[in-house]
Design a protein around this ligand. Structure first.
Ligand SMILES: Nc1ncnc2c1ncn2[C@@H]1O[C@H](COP(=O)(O)OP(=O)(O)O)[C@@H](O)[C@H]1O
Ligand SMILES: C=C(OP(=O)(O)O)C(=O)O
Ligand SMILES: [Mn+2]
Length: 529
Protein backbone atom coordinates (compact mmCIF):
# COMPACT_ATOMS: atom_id res chain seq x y z
CA UNK A 1 0.00 0.00 0.00
CA UNK A 2 1.30 3.48 -0.78
CA UNK A 3 2.18 5.93 1.97
CA UNK A 4 -0.66 8.08 0.68
CA UNK A 5 -3.35 5.58 1.46
CA UNK A 6 -1.70 4.83 4.78
CA UNK A 7 -1.84 8.51 5.73
CA UNK A 8 -5.38 8.81 4.49
CA UNK A 9 -6.49 5.88 6.66
CA UNK A 10 -5.14 7.49 9.78
CA UNK A 11 -6.34 10.97 8.87
CA UNK A 12 -9.85 9.73 8.15
CA UNK A 13 -9.92 8.29 11.64
CA UNK A 14 -8.62 11.50 13.19
CA UNK A 15 -11.04 13.63 11.18
CA UNK A 16 -14.04 11.51 12.05
CA UNK A 17 -16.46 13.77 13.85
CA UNK A 18 -16.67 11.94 17.13
CA UNK A 19 -18.87 14.36 19.00
CA UNK A 20 -18.93 12.51 22.32
CA UNK A 21 -15.53 11.96 23.86
CA UNK A 22 -15.08 10.16 27.19
CA UNK A 23 -18.57 10.96 28.38
CA UNK A 24 -19.13 10.27 32.05
CA UNK A 25 -20.94 7.09 33.03
CA UNK A 26 -24.05 9.12 33.89
CA UNK A 27 -24.04 10.83 30.51
CA UNK A 28 -23.54 7.54 28.69
CA UNK A 29 -26.44 6.02 30.59
CA UNK A 30 -28.63 8.98 29.56
CA UNK A 31 -27.55 8.53 25.95
CA UNK A 32 -28.32 4.81 25.99
CA UNK A 33 -31.80 5.54 27.30
CA UNK A 34 -32.59 8.52 25.05
CA UNK A 35 -31.36 6.66 21.98
CA UNK A 36 -33.44 3.65 23.10
CA UNK A 37 -30.45 1.33 22.91
CA UNK A 38 -31.32 -0.22 26.25
CA UNK A 39 -33.40 0.04 29.42
CA UNK A 40 -32.68 0.36 33.13
CA UNK A 41 -32.81 -2.71 35.34
CA UNK A 42 -34.15 -2.61 38.91
CA UNK A 43 -30.61 -2.17 40.27
CA UNK A 44 -29.81 0.68 37.87
CA UNK A 45 -27.81 -1.32 35.34
CA UNK A 46 -28.29 -0.86 31.60
CA UNK A 47 -29.81 -3.87 29.85
CA UNK A 48 -29.03 -4.19 26.15
CA UNK A 49 -29.77 -7.00 23.71
CA UNK A 50 -27.57 -7.89 20.76
CA UNK A 51 -29.79 -9.57 18.17
CA UNK A 52 -28.30 -12.40 16.11
CA UNK A 53 -24.81 -12.43 17.55
CA UNK A 54 -24.86 -13.24 21.26
CA UNK A 55 -21.32 -14.60 21.45
CA UNK A 56 -17.97 -14.27 19.74
CA UNK A 57 -17.77 -15.20 16.09
CA UNK A 58 -14.31 -16.78 15.57
CA UNK A 59 -14.93 -17.60 11.90
CA UNK A 60 -15.37 -13.90 11.16
CA UNK A 61 -12.05 -12.87 12.69
CA UNK A 62 -9.13 -11.87 10.46
CA UNK A 63 -5.65 -10.41 10.71
CA UNK A 64 -4.31 -8.22 7.90
CA UNK A 65 -1.35 -10.01 6.32
CA UNK A 66 1.29 -7.42 5.52
CA UNK A 67 5.00 -6.86 6.05
CA UNK A 68 4.40 -6.14 9.75
CA UNK A 69 2.45 -9.29 10.57
CA UNK A 70 3.37 -11.93 8.00
CA UNK A 71 6.46 -13.41 9.66
CA UNK A 72 5.13 -13.26 13.23
CA UNK A 73 1.57 -14.53 13.10
CA UNK A 74 0.69 -18.22 13.28
CA UNK A 75 -1.63 -18.22 10.23
CA UNK A 76 -4.43 -20.76 10.13
CA UNK A 77 -8.06 -21.21 11.05
CA UNK A 78 -7.73 -19.07 14.20
CA UNK A 79 -5.65 -16.30 12.62
CA UNK A 80 -7.12 -16.04 9.15
CA UNK A 81 -5.31 -13.72 6.75
CA UNK A 82 -6.97 -10.88 4.83
CA UNK A 83 -5.16 -8.68 2.31
CA UNK A 84 -4.25 -5.05 2.82
CA UNK A 85 -6.37 -4.09 -0.18
CA UNK A 86 -9.48 -5.70 1.26
CA UNK A 87 -8.83 -4.11 4.63
CA UNK A 88 -8.31 -0.68 3.11
CA UNK A 89 -11.52 -0.88 1.05
CA UNK A 90 -13.57 -2.04 3.99
CA UNK A 91 -12.04 0.58 6.24
CA UNK A 92 -13.12 3.37 3.90
CA UNK A 93 -16.62 1.91 3.66
CA UNK A 94 -16.92 1.72 7.45
CA UNK A 95 -15.76 5.31 7.86
CA UNK A 96 -18.15 6.46 5.10
CA UNK A 97 -20.90 4.71 7.02
CA UNK A 98 -19.95 6.20 10.38
CA UNK A 99 -19.89 9.68 8.83
CA UNK A 100 -23.63 9.31 8.21
CA UNK A 101 -24.27 8.98 11.95
CA UNK A 102 -25.38 12.00 13.99
CA UNK A 103 -23.61 10.80 17.07
CA UNK A 104 -20.45 8.80 17.64
CA UNK A 105 -18.80 7.94 20.92
CA UNK A 106 -15.19 7.53 21.82
CA UNK A 107 -13.50 6.18 24.88
CA UNK A 108 -9.82 6.89 25.41
CA UNK A 109 -8.07 4.87 28.04
CA UNK A 110 -5.54 2.11 28.55
CA UNK A 111 -4.96 -1.62 28.36
CA UNK A 112 -2.44 -2.73 30.99
CA UNK A 113 -2.33 -1.67 34.65
CA UNK A 114 1.48 -1.44 34.64
CA UNK A 115 2.41 1.98 33.28
CA UNK A 116 5.60 0.56 31.83
CA UNK A 117 3.70 -1.81 29.55
CA UNK A 118 0.31 -0.21 29.08
CA UNK A 119 -1.15 0.48 25.65
CA UNK A 120 -3.10 3.71 25.18
CA UNK A 121 -6.24 2.76 23.27
CA UNK A 122 -9.32 4.45 21.89
CA UNK A 123 -12.63 2.82 21.15
CA UNK A 124 -14.91 4.57 18.65
CA UNK A 125 -18.44 3.22 18.74
CA UNK A 126 -21.70 3.65 16.92
CA UNK A 127 -23.61 2.65 20.05
CA UNK A 128 -23.52 4.57 23.33
CA UNK A 129 -23.84 1.29 25.25
CA UNK A 130 -20.71 -0.11 23.59
CA UNK A 131 -18.90 2.98 24.82
CA UNK A 132 -20.23 2.41 28.30
CA UNK A 133 -18.97 -1.18 27.98
CA UNK A 134 -15.50 0.05 26.93
CA UNK A 135 -15.48 2.52 29.83
CA UNK A 136 -16.33 -0.30 32.29
CA UNK A 137 -13.91 -2.89 30.86
CA UNK A 138 -10.77 -0.92 30.01
CA UNK A 139 -8.62 1.20 32.30
CA UNK A 140 -10.11 4.65 32.73
CA UNK A 141 -7.73 7.61 32.40
CA UNK A 142 -7.24 10.36 34.96
CA UNK A 143 -7.98 13.89 33.75
CA UNK A 144 -4.31 14.46 33.13
CA UNK A 145 -3.82 11.16 31.34
CA UNK A 146 -6.75 12.00 29.09
CA UNK A 147 -5.26 15.35 28.13
CA UNK A 148 -1.98 13.73 27.13
CA UNK A 149 -3.55 10.65 25.56
CA UNK A 150 -2.11 9.45 22.25
CA UNK A 151 -3.89 6.34 21.03
CA UNK A 152 -1.57 3.47 20.20
CA UNK A 153 -4.43 1.32 18.93
CA UNK A 154 -7.96 2.13 17.81
CA UNK A 155 -11.03 -0.11 17.88
CA UNK A 156 -13.85 0.94 15.57
CA UNK A 157 -17.20 -0.70 16.28
CA UNK A 158 -19.92 -0.21 13.64
CA UNK A 159 -22.41 -3.01 14.35
CA UNK A 160 -25.06 -1.83 11.92
CA UNK A 161 -22.59 -1.76 9.03
CA UNK A 162 -22.73 -5.07 7.16
CA UNK A 163 -19.98 -6.36 4.92
CA UNK A 164 -20.58 -7.91 1.52
CA UNK A 165 -18.49 -11.09 1.68
CA UNK A 166 -18.18 -11.37 -2.13
CA UNK A 167 -16.68 -7.92 -2.44
CA UNK A 168 -15.07 -7.46 0.95
CA UNK A 169 -13.35 -10.82 1.32
CA UNK A 170 -14.99 -11.53 4.68
CA UNK A 171 -16.64 -14.78 5.72
CA UNK A 172 -20.05 -13.17 6.27
CA UNK A 173 -21.54 -9.73 6.84
CA UNK A 174 -19.79 -9.77 10.21
CA UNK A 175 -16.10 -9.08 10.64
CA UNK A 176 -13.47 -8.47 13.28
CA UNK A 177 -10.28 -7.42 11.51
CA UNK A 178 -7.00 -6.47 13.16
CA UNK A 179 -4.31 -4.50 11.35
CA UNK A 180 -1.13 -4.53 13.40
CA UNK A 181 0.52 -2.22 10.90
CA UNK A 182 -2.13 0.50 11.11
CA UNK A 183 -2.99 -0.33 14.69
CA UNK A 184 -6.68 -0.56 13.99
CA UNK A 185 -9.37 -3.11 14.85
CA UNK A 186 -12.46 -2.90 12.65
CA UNK A 187 -15.64 -4.52 13.93
CA UNK A 188 -18.88 -4.66 11.97
CA UNK A 189 -22.04 -6.71 11.75
CA UNK A 190 -22.06 -7.84 15.38
CA UNK A 191 -23.39 -6.19 18.52
CA UNK A 192 -21.80 -8.64 20.98
CA UNK A 193 -19.67 -6.40 23.19
CA UNK A 194 -17.23 -9.19 24.06
CA UNK A 195 -15.58 -8.77 20.65
CA UNK A 196 -14.39 -5.30 21.70
CA UNK A 197 -12.52 -6.47 24.80
CA UNK A 198 -11.25 -9.71 23.31
CA UNK A 199 -9.85 -7.96 20.22
CA UNK A 200 -7.69 -5.73 22.42
CA UNK A 201 -6.63 -8.87 24.30
CA UNK A 202 -5.48 -10.36 20.96
CA UNK A 203 -3.56 -7.16 20.30
CA UNK A 204 -1.83 -7.42 23.70
CA UNK A 205 -1.04 -11.08 22.98
CA UNK A 206 0.80 -9.90 19.88
CA UNK A 207 2.54 -6.85 21.31
CA UNK A 208 3.59 -7.80 24.83
CA UNK A 209 5.82 -10.81 24.06
CA UNK A 210 7.47 -9.41 20.94
CA UNK A 211 8.24 -5.96 22.24
CA UNK A 212 8.64 -6.38 25.97
CA UNK A 213 9.18 -10.03 26.78
CA UNK A 214 6.09 -9.96 28.91
CA UNK A 215 3.77 -12.97 28.95
CA UNK A 216 0.08 -12.21 28.29
CA UNK A 217 -2.29 -14.79 29.79
CA UNK A 218 -5.97 -15.71 29.51
CA UNK A 219 -6.48 -16.00 33.24
CA UNK A 220 -8.02 -14.38 36.28
CA UNK A 221 -5.92 -13.40 39.28
CA UNK A 222 -6.25 -12.63 42.96
CA UNK A 223 -4.01 -12.11 45.95
CA UNK A 224 -4.24 -13.30 49.56
CA UNK A 225 -3.59 -11.37 52.75
CA UNK A 226 0.05 -12.53 52.76
CA UNK A 227 0.61 -11.19 49.24
CA UNK A 228 0.39 -14.68 47.76
CA UNK A 229 -0.77 -14.48 44.16
CA UNK A 230 -2.98 -17.01 42.36
CA UNK A 231 -3.74 -17.29 38.65
CA UNK A 232 -6.72 -19.16 37.19
CA UNK A 233 -6.29 -20.08 33.54
CA UNK A 234 -9.25 -21.41 31.61
CA UNK A 235 -11.37 -21.18 28.53
CA UNK A 236 -14.77 -19.58 28.54
CA UNK A 237 -17.15 -20.88 31.20
CA UNK A 238 -14.56 -22.80 33.19
CA UNK A 239 -14.79 -20.45 36.18
CA UNK A 240 -12.12 -17.74 35.90
CA UNK A 241 -14.49 -14.93 36.84
CA UNK A 242 -16.46 -16.94 39.42
CA UNK A 243 -13.50 -18.42 41.30
CA UNK A 244 -11.37 -15.26 41.32
CA UNK A 245 -14.21 -13.41 43.10
CA UNK A 246 -13.35 -14.72 46.57
CA UNK A 247 -14.27 -12.72 49.67
CA UNK A 248 -11.12 -13.89 51.45
CA UNK A 249 -8.78 -12.61 48.73
CA UNK A 250 -8.37 -9.36 46.79
CA UNK A 251 -9.25 -9.40 43.13
CA UNK A 252 -6.61 -8.37 40.58
CA UNK A 253 -8.77 -9.14 37.56
CA UNK A 254 -11.14 -11.70 36.06
CA UNK A 255 -9.90 -12.50 32.55
CA UNK A 256 -6.74 -10.99 31.02
CA UNK A 257 -3.36 -10.55 32.72
CA UNK A 258 0.30 -10.28 31.93
CA UNK A 259 3.39 -11.51 33.79
CA UNK A 260 6.51 -9.37 33.63
CA UNK A 261 9.76 -9.53 35.60
CA UNK A 262 7.98 -7.37 38.20
CA UNK A 263 5.00 -9.67 38.73
CA UNK A 264 1.50 -9.82 37.29
CA UNK A 265 -0.79 -7.00 36.19
CA UNK A 266 -4.32 -6.82 34.89
CA UNK A 267 -4.83 -5.75 31.30
CA UNK A 268 -8.34 -4.50 32.03
CA UNK A 269 -10.21 -2.25 34.45
CA UNK A 270 -13.41 -4.25 34.70
CA UNK A 271 -15.03 -7.68 34.62
CA UNK A 272 -17.33 -9.47 32.20
CA UNK A 273 -19.17 -12.21 34.07
CA UNK A 274 -21.41 -14.91 32.75
CA UNK A 275 -24.72 -14.44 34.53
CA UNK A 276 -26.52 -17.68 33.72
CA UNK A 277 -28.11 -18.92 36.97
CA UNK A 278 -26.37 -16.17 38.91
CA UNK A 279 -27.54 -15.98 42.52
CA UNK A 280 -26.82 -13.74 45.49
CA UNK A 281 -26.20 -16.84 47.64
CA UNK A 282 -23.62 -18.58 45.44
CA UNK A 283 -21.90 -15.58 43.86
CA UNK A 284 -22.61 -12.55 46.09
CA UNK A 285 -19.73 -10.38 44.87
CA UNK A 286 -20.74 -10.61 41.23
CA UNK A 287 -24.45 -10.34 42.01
CA UNK A 288 -23.91 -7.13 43.98
CA UNK A 289 -21.56 -5.61 41.39
CA UNK A 290 -24.44 -5.27 38.94
CA UNK A 291 -25.66 -1.78 39.67
CA UNK A 292 -25.69 1.73 38.18
CA UNK A 293 -23.18 1.96 35.33
CA UNK A 294 -23.02 -1.80 34.80
CA UNK A 295 -24.24 -3.40 31.59
CA UNK A 296 -26.43 -6.49 31.39
CA UNK A 297 -26.19 -8.12 27.98
CA UNK A 298 -29.02 -10.34 26.73
CA UNK A 299 -30.33 -10.83 30.26
CA UNK A 300 -34.13 -11.08 30.53
CA UNK A 301 -35.87 -8.61 32.86
CA UNK A 302 -39.24 -9.35 34.41
CA UNK A 303 -42.16 -6.90 34.66
CA UNK A 304 -40.46 -5.22 37.64
CA UNK A 305 -37.25 -4.91 35.67
CA UNK A 306 -35.61 -7.49 37.89
CA UNK A 307 -33.04 -9.64 36.16
CA UNK A 308 -34.14 -13.23 35.67
CA UNK A 309 -30.77 -14.92 35.46
CA UNK A 310 -32.35 -18.33 34.93
CA UNK A 311 -33.95 -17.23 31.68
CA UNK A 312 -31.70 -18.19 28.78
CA UNK A 313 -34.24 -17.49 26.05
CA UNK A 314 -31.88 -15.08 24.23
CA UNK A 315 -28.68 -17.04 24.89
CA UNK A 316 -26.85 -19.16 27.47
CA UNK A 317 -24.12 -16.53 27.23
CA UNK A 318 -25.83 -13.76 29.20
CA UNK A 319 -23.29 -11.30 30.60
CA UNK A 320 -22.70 -8.52 33.07
CA UNK A 321 -20.00 -5.93 32.50
CA UNK A 322 -18.94 -3.88 35.52
CA UNK A 323 -16.02 -1.81 36.70
CA UNK A 324 -13.57 -3.62 38.96
CA UNK A 325 -14.34 -0.86 41.50
CA UNK A 326 -17.74 -2.51 41.97
CA UNK A 327 -15.99 -5.36 43.77
CA UNK A 328 -15.25 -4.64 47.44
CA UNK A 329 -11.87 -6.23 47.92
CA UNK A 330 -9.56 -5.40 45.06
CA UNK A 331 -5.95 -4.35 44.77
CA UNK A 332 -5.43 -0.94 43.29
CA UNK A 333 -3.76 -0.52 40.85
CA UNK A 334 -4.47 -4.03 39.61
CA UNK A 335 -0.97 -5.41 40.14
CA UNK A 336 0.78 -7.88 42.41
CA UNK A 337 3.90 -10.03 42.71
CA UNK A 338 4.82 -13.33 41.11
CA UNK A 339 2.28 -16.19 41.23
CA UNK A 340 2.69 -18.71 44.04
CA UNK A 341 -0.11 -20.90 42.72
CA UNK A 342 -1.35 -21.46 39.19
CA UNK A 343 -4.63 -23.24 38.57
CA UNK A 344 -5.57 -24.61 35.18
CA UNK A 345 -9.37 -24.76 34.99
CA UNK A 346 -11.06 -27.25 32.73
CA UNK A 347 -14.77 -28.02 32.41
CA UNK A 348 -14.57 -31.68 31.41
CA UNK A 349 -17.96 -32.68 29.99
CA UNK A 350 -16.94 -36.34 29.78
CA UNK A 351 -16.80 -36.39 33.58
CA UNK A 352 -13.55 -38.32 33.98
CA UNK A 353 -10.86 -35.82 35.02
CA UNK A 354 -10.33 -35.51 38.78
CA UNK A 355 -11.74 -32.34 40.34
CA UNK A 356 -8.26 -31.40 41.57
CA UNK A 357 -4.82 -32.79 40.91
CA UNK A 358 -1.26 -31.58 41.44
CA UNK A 359 0.86 -31.20 38.32
CA UNK A 360 4.59 -31.76 38.01
CA UNK A 361 6.46 -29.09 35.98
CA UNK A 362 6.34 -31.36 32.92
CA UNK A 363 2.64 -32.09 33.38
CA UNK A 364 2.04 -28.37 33.72
CA UNK A 365 3.68 -27.72 30.35
CA UNK A 366 1.81 -30.63 28.77
CA UNK A 367 -1.56 -29.40 29.98
CA UNK A 368 -0.84 -25.76 29.14
CA UNK A 369 -0.03 -26.70 25.56
CA UNK A 370 -3.03 -29.05 25.39
CA UNK A 371 -5.54 -26.59 26.86
CA UNK A 372 -8.25 -29.21 27.17
CA UNK A 373 -11.79 -28.26 28.09
CA UNK A 374 -15.32 -28.60 26.79
CA UNK A 375 -16.67 -25.59 25.00
CA UNK A 376 -19.90 -24.73 26.74
CA UNK A 377 -22.95 -23.48 24.90
CA UNK A 378 -23.15 -19.85 23.94
CA UNK A 379 -19.83 -18.03 24.09
CA UNK A 380 -18.97 -18.99 20.54
CA UNK A 381 -21.44 -18.99 17.72
CA UNK A 382 -22.67 -22.43 16.72
CA UNK A 383 -21.82 -24.21 19.97
CA UNK A 384 -25.05 -25.49 21.50
CA UNK A 385 -23.84 -28.34 23.70
CA UNK A 386 -20.49 -29.14 25.30
CA UNK A 387 -17.78 -30.03 22.79
CA UNK A 388 -14.39 -31.45 23.72
CA UNK A 389 -11.80 -29.00 22.58
CA UNK A 390 -8.07 -28.40 22.86
CA UNK A 391 -7.18 -24.74 22.90
CA UNK A 392 -3.48 -24.14 23.40
CA UNK A 393 -2.54 -21.98 26.39
CA UNK A 394 -6.23 -22.04 27.38
CA UNK A 395 -6.82 -19.20 24.96
CA UNK A 396 -5.95 -20.03 21.36
CA UNK A 397 -8.73 -17.83 19.86
CA UNK A 398 -6.77 -14.85 21.18
CA UNK A 399 -3.20 -15.86 20.34
CA UNK A 400 -1.71 -14.41 17.17
CA UNK A 401 1.73 -15.98 17.80
CA UNK A 402 2.60 -19.70 17.89
CA UNK A 403 1.48 -21.37 21.14
CA UNK A 404 5.01 -22.63 21.80
CA UNK A 405 6.25 -19.06 22.28
CA UNK A 406 3.82 -18.40 25.12
CA UNK A 407 4.36 -21.85 26.61
CA UNK A 408 8.13 -21.41 26.66
CA UNK A 409 7.78 -18.14 28.55
CA UNK A 410 5.37 -19.67 31.06
CA UNK A 411 7.70 -22.62 31.65
CA UNK A 412 10.63 -20.31 32.34
CA UNK A 413 8.61 -18.19 34.72
CA UNK A 414 7.24 -21.18 36.63
CA UNK A 415 10.80 -22.47 37.02
CA UNK A 416 12.13 -19.13 38.12
CA UNK A 417 9.42 -18.43 40.67
CA UNK A 418 8.69 -22.00 41.69
CA UNK A 419 4.95 -21.63 41.23
CA UNK A 420 2.84 -24.67 42.15
CA UNK A 421 0.42 -25.83 39.44
CA UNK A 422 -2.94 -27.61 39.85
CA UNK A 423 -5.46 -28.88 37.35
CA UNK A 424 -9.03 -28.25 38.51
CA UNK A 425 -12.00 -29.80 36.75
CA UNK A 426 -15.08 -27.60 37.25
CA UNK A 427 -17.02 -29.77 34.79
CA UNK A 428 -18.98 -32.95 35.16
CA UNK A 429 -18.89 -35.69 37.75
CA UNK A 430 -20.84 -38.92 38.27
CA UNK A 431 -21.17 -39.33 34.51
CA UNK A 432 -20.81 -37.31 31.33
CA UNK A 433 -22.79 -34.18 30.46
CA UNK A 434 -26.47 -35.15 30.32
CA UNK A 435 -26.12 -37.92 32.92
CA UNK A 436 -23.80 -36.70 35.64
CA UNK A 437 -23.91 -33.25 37.16
CA UNK A 438 -21.63 -30.24 37.24
CA UNK A 439 -19.19 -30.22 40.15
CA UNK A 440 -20.74 -28.29 43.04
CA UNK A 441 -19.34 -24.77 43.11
CA UNK A 442 -18.97 -25.05 46.90
CA UNK A 443 -16.68 -28.08 46.51
CA UNK A 444 -14.60 -26.40 43.83
CA UNK A 445 -14.22 -23.36 46.05
CA UNK A 446 -13.12 -25.58 48.95
CA UNK A 447 -10.53 -27.34 46.76
CA UNK A 448 -9.19 -24.05 45.44
CA UNK A 449 -8.98 -22.66 48.95
CA UNK A 450 -7.06 -25.74 50.12
CA UNK A 451 -4.63 -25.40 47.21
CA UNK A 452 -4.07 -21.70 47.85
CA UNK A 453 -3.63 -22.09 51.60
CA UNK A 454 -1.05 -24.82 51.19
CA UNK A 455 -3.26 -27.56 52.66
CA UNK A 456 -2.45 -29.83 49.73
CA UNK A 457 1.32 -29.41 49.93
CA UNK A 458 2.06 -32.45 52.02
CA UNK A 459 -1.12 -34.41 51.60
CA UNK A 460 -0.89 -37.99 50.32
CA UNK A 461 -1.78 -38.43 46.65
CA UNK A 462 -2.74 -41.36 44.43
CA UNK A 463 -2.01 -41.47 40.74
CA UNK A 464 -5.03 -42.03 38.53
CA UNK A 465 -4.96 -44.93 36.05
CA UNK A 466 -5.44 -43.08 32.78
CA UNK A 467 -3.99 -39.58 33.01
CA UNK A 468 -1.12 -40.01 35.47
CA UNK A 469 -2.55 -37.17 37.55
CA UNK A 470 -1.77 -36.99 41.26
CA UNK A 471 -5.04 -36.82 43.20
CA UNK A 472 -5.01 -35.70 46.85
CA UNK A 473 -6.59 -38.39 49.03
CA UNK A 474 -8.21 -35.77 51.20
CA UNK A 475 -9.17 -32.13 51.04
CA UNK A 476 -10.83 -30.02 53.77
CA UNK A 477 -14.52 -29.46 53.09
CA UNK A 478 -14.79 -32.07 50.34
CA UNK A 479 -16.10 -35.66 50.77
CA UNK A 480 -13.29 -38.04 49.77
CA UNK A 481 -15.30 -39.92 47.15
CA UNK A 482 -15.84 -36.65 45.25
CA UNK A 483 -12.06 -36.43 44.76
CA UNK A 484 -11.96 -39.64 42.72
CA UNK A 485 -14.23 -39.36 39.69
CA UNK A 486 -14.50 -43.12 39.10
CA UNK A 487 -16.08 -43.53 42.55
CA UNK A 488 -18.86 -41.14 41.53
CA UNK A 489 -19.82 -43.21 38.46
CA UNK A 490 -22.35 -46.03 38.82
CA UNK A 491 -20.98 -47.88 35.78
CA UNK A 492 -17.21 -48.32 36.31
CA UNK A 493 -16.62 -49.92 32.91
CA UNK A 494 -18.17 -46.96 31.18
CA UNK A 495 -15.94 -44.68 33.20
CA UNK A 496 -12.90 -46.63 31.97
CA UNK A 497 -14.12 -46.39 28.40
CA UNK A 498 -14.73 -42.64 28.59
CA UNK A 499 -11.36 -42.07 30.23
CA UNK A 500 -9.59 -44.08 27.52
CA UNK A 501 -11.38 -42.13 24.81
CA UNK A 502 -10.34 -38.85 26.36
CA UNK A 503 -6.73 -40.03 26.82
CA UNK A 504 -6.60 -40.89 23.11
CA UNK A 505 -7.88 -37.43 22.23
CA UNK A 506 -5.07 -35.88 24.30
CA UNK A 507 -2.44 -37.97 22.47
CA UNK A 508 -3.94 -37.23 19.07
CA UNK A 509 -3.98 -33.50 19.77
CA UNK A 510 -0.46 -33.42 21.20
CA UNK A 511 1.10 -34.79 17.98
CA UNK A 512 1.30 -31.21 16.70
CA UNK A 513 3.79 -30.33 19.45
CA UNK A 514 6.67 -32.37 18.09
CA UNK A 515 9.32 -29.86 19.16
CA UNK A 516 8.89 -30.23 22.95
CA UNK A 517 11.29 -32.18 25.15
CA UNK A 518 10.67 -35.87 25.76
CA UNK A 519 9.87 -35.18 29.43
CA UNK A 520 6.98 -32.93 28.47
CA UNK A 521 5.69 -35.14 25.66
CA UNK A 522 5.61 -38.08 28.08
CA UNK A 523 3.84 -36.16 30.85
CA UNK A 524 0.45 -36.68 29.18
CA UNK A 525 -2.09 -39.44 29.85
CA UNK A 526 -0.39 -42.69 30.87
CA UNK A 527 -3.00 -44.71 28.96
CA UNK A 528 -1.68 -45.20 25.45
CA UNK A 529 -4.22 -47.63 23.98
N1 LIG B 1 -17.83 -26.01 40.10
C1 LIG B 1 -17.91 -24.85 39.44
N2 LIG B 1 -16.82 -24.05 39.37
C2 LIG B 1 -16.88 -22.88 38.68
N3 LIG B 1 -17.99 -22.42 38.06
C3 LIG B 1 -19.10 -23.16 38.12
C4 LIG B 1 -19.12 -24.40 38.81
N4 LIG B 1 -20.35 -24.93 38.69
C5 LIG B 1 -21.08 -24.07 37.97
N5 LIG B 1 -20.36 -22.98 37.63
C6 LIG B 1 -20.85 -21.86 36.80
O1 LIG B 1 -20.08 -21.84 35.60
C7 LIG B 1 -19.92 -20.52 35.14
C8 LIG B 1 -18.44 -20.16 35.07
O2 LIG B 1 -18.37 -18.97 34.33
P1 LIG B 1 -17.26 -17.88 34.49
O3 LIG B 1 -16.72 -17.84 35.87
O4 LIG B 1 -17.83 -16.62 33.94
O5 LIG B 1 -16.19 -18.49 33.49
P2 LIG B 1 -15.02 -17.76 32.71
O6 LIG B 1 -14.77 -16.47 33.39
O7 LIG B 1 -13.89 -18.72 32.79
O8 LIG B 1 -15.57 -17.61 31.31
C9 LIG B 1 -20.63 -19.62 36.10
O9 LIG B 1 -21.91 -19.37 35.60
C10 LIG B 1 -20.69 -20.48 37.39
O10 LIG B 1 -21.77 -20.16 38.21
C1 LIG C 1 -15.83 -12.86 26.98
C2 LIG C 1 -15.27 -14.00 26.80
O1 LIG C 1 -14.48 -14.55 27.77
P1 LIG C 1 -14.74 -15.50 28.98
O2 LIG C 1 -15.94 -16.33 28.63
O3 LIG C 1 -13.48 -16.28 29.05
O4 LIG C 1 -15.00 -14.68 30.20
C3 LIG C 1 -15.38 -14.63 25.49
O5 LIG C 1 -14.70 -15.65 25.31
O6 LIG C 1 -16.11 -14.10 24.62
MN1 LIG D 1 -14.83 -14.58 32.53
Amino acid sequence: MSTNTLDSLVSRLTDLDVNHQNLSVAELVEKVLSREEGVLSSTGAIRATTGTYTGRSPKDKFIVKDEESQDHVEWGSVNQPISEEKFENLFHKVIDYLETQNELFTFKGFAGADEKYRLPIQVITQFAWHNLFANRLFIRPSKEELENHQAGFTVVSAPHFKADPEVDGTNSETFIIVSFKHRIVLIGGTEYAGEIKKSIFSVMNYMLPTKNEVLPMHCSANVGAEGDVALFFGLSGTGKTTLSADPSRSLIGDDEHAWSQNGVFNIEGGCYAKTVNLSAEKEPQIFNAIRFGSVLENVILDENREADYDDTSLTENTRAAYSIDNIDNIVRPSRAGHPNTIIFLTADASGVLPPISKLSKEQAMYHFLSGYTSKLAGTERGVTEPQATFSACFGSPFLPLPAAEYAKMLGEKIDEHNSEVFLVNTGWTGGPYGEGSRMKLGYTRAMVQAALEGDLKNVETVQDDFFGLHIPTECPGVPTEVLHPKKTWADKDRYDQQAQDLAKKFHENFKQFDHVTKDIAEAGPTFRG
